[in-house]
Design a binder for this molecule. Structure first.
Ligand SMILES: [Ca+2]
Length: 397
């Protein structure tokens, strides 16, 4: 049931960020989801309809609302529970002037499992987090979590199975399989690198693809399945995006029992905004490999892709972010050939980094220690494979 806007609309969500005080102005009516269900089902909101243009929507703690179509053009959404984006790549979008994430936002796992690795047009993604807003705030306890929601690995059936997605890892080995690729190449696996990791694909400046899965091993069961790729988070904001919590689209680890599936690659995070700030974590790392025994080493998944695109003038007036970015490739099992490449982090310019940072055509790679941005770049690992590299951006936890 909706109700008229009261003062709590402003007071409950006021934030102080640096010297800036801002709050969510009242919309036309407040709708509160107190029952889990579909966004478009009136029962979710008390039975009298669902949020329409210029309204405020609140999802209560412990309630899951499944977004099954585009929302109206809301004034605000305050999510204290779970907002689940259902299938509908081109129409399932949250439209809201103000978005406050205190709980969890996620999406369905992508379903396409038919196609060839390395053939981009074979793959049709069907679920992602997609937010179109003016201002988005992810509170310290809030999270946009699409870990393992990209392309899903196949269960072994007696033959080696390639990974799923444009960067699916190889699956020809009896005891090992390659990691999925995306922003970075997936790790190869096996003595001499017999089973290849998956390739890179997609855009660094506007990433919008799910991560790919690792391959699955020959003649073993579900316990040797590859890891799924990471999912997709897309934010288009005309104002400020503040990330004090976490945004993660990591690939899953390959399973190892008794043989090994390749790990999944990280997915994509694209944030286009006027300005960006916060103290949280943005991560699209590949899954970590496992070691069952000396003949069974899983490959790591390649890193995903992160792009933060802002207006340089607006950003120059913004509180400097201390967000940690991580697009690392997953570390493989004990055999060093199992390592993978890091992914890509794209930023509009160099202002987030010290003068020591390394840049190539707008692509920035850097580390952050506990207090400062420091330069990083890639470290070549001396294992005789030109694309076997590893890098970590930001802190790992
Ligand atoms: Ca397909």
């Amino acid at each position: 049931m909706s109700s008229r806007c009261r003062m709590r609309c402003v007071g409950a969500v006021s934030l102080i960020t640096g010297w800036l005080l801002y709050s969510i102005p009242c919309g036309a009516a407040i709708w509160t989801a107190g029952t889990s269900g579909l966004w478009t089902n009136p029962a979710t909101w008390g039975g009298a309809g669902f949020p329409s243009d210029t309204d405020d929507a609140i999802i209560n703690n412990a309630i899951t609302v499944t977004l099954d179509n585009a929302t109206a053009n809301l004034n605000s959404l305050t999510n204290n529970g779970v907002l689940l984006f259902y299938y509908g790549w081109s129409n399932t979008v949250l439209n809201s002037t103000w978005v406050q994430i205190n709980g969890t936002v996620t999406h369905m796992t992508n379903t396409d499992q038919v196609g060839s690795p390395s053939v981009y047009t074979d793959w049709t993604p069907d679920s992602r987090v997609w937010i179109v807003c003016s201002n988005l705030t992810v509170a310290p306890a809030g999270k946009l979590d699409a870990n393992g929601k990209g392309y899903v690995a196949k269960t072994p059936t007696g033959a080696g199975l390639a990974g799923v997605g444009p960067g699916g890892g190889g699956g020809t080995g009896s005891d090992w399989a390659g990691g999925g690729g995306y922003g970075g190449i997936g790790g190869a696996s096996g003595v001499g690198g017999k089973t290849a990791g998956g390739p890179t694909y997609g855009s660094a400046a506007e990433p919008n693809d799910p991560g790919s899965s690792g391959g699955s091993c020959y003649n073993y069961d579900a316990a040797s399945k590859g890891g799924n790729g990471g999912g997709v988070v897309r934010v288009e904001a005309t104002g400020r995006v503040t990330v004090n919590g976490t945004i993660t689209v990591n690939g899953d680890n390959g399973l190892s029992n008794p043989r090994t599936g390749g790990s999944g690659s990280g997915g994509s995070i694209y944030i286009k905004c006027n300005s960006f700030t916060g103290t949280g974590v943005v991560r699209a790392s590949g899954g970590t490999g496992q070691s069952w025994d000396a003949n069974s080493m899983t490959a790591g998944g390649g890193g995903g892709r992160v792009a933060i695109v802002y207006d340089p003038t607006a950003q120059s007036n913004e509180v400097m972010p201390s967000v940690a970015f991580d697009v690392s490739g997953g570390v493989g099992g004990a055999i060093p050939f199992s390592r993978s490449d890091s992914g890509t982090l794209y930023l509009t310019d160099t202002r987030f980094m010290s003068s020591r940072a390394v840049f190539t055509n707008g692509l920035a790679l850097c580390f952050r220690d506990s207090t400062n941005w420091i330069s990083g770049g890639l470290t070549a690992m001396p294992f005789g494979n030109s694309h076997v590299r590893e890098a970590t951006l930001g802190r790992r936890s």
